[in-house]
Write a protein that binds this ligand. Structure first.
Ligand SMILES: [Zn+2]
Length: 118
């Protein structure tokens, strides 16, 4: 390729990245997150927009990557949660019955009620 072609390609990639970044920023209001509960108690909430690894009480390891959450590792005997496909849509969940761990995706569209009721 000629030098100009490279510049054009670089420009297109840069534009695509900027658009993507812009969309991510815009999405902030309706950001999706996963709610993790252990034995019915809320363990924590984590944004799906951020790649992260969450150690759930040392029994389960949740990984959030590319806007999806999946159970990377668990010490439960059935491994159903580990074999569950990654979740990313509102209402989807991964349940680990032996460890009483539940991971569910929340749309983030509902109004933020944190700090009101507690
Ligand atoms: Zn499990």
């Amino acid at each position: 390729m000629k030098k100009n072609d490279w510049l054009l390609a670089a420009g297109i990639i840069l534009a695509a990245v900027l658009i993507l970044a812009f969309q991510l920023v815009q999405d902030d209001g309706g950001q999706k997150e996963v709610a993790v509960t252990v034995d019915g108690e809320e363990f924590g909430r984590y944004s799906l927009a951020e790649d992260q690894r969450i150690d759930i009480g040392g029994t389960n390891l949740l990984v959030i990557e590319n806007g999806e959450a999946k159970m990377e590792w668990a010490d439960c005997p059935d491994q159903i949660c580990v074999n569950h496909r990654a979740v990313s849509r509102d209402g989807e969940s991964i349940i680990c019955l032996p460890n009483k761990v539940a991971v569910s995706v929340c749309g983030g569209d509902e109004p933020e009620l944190d700090g009101v009721a507690r």
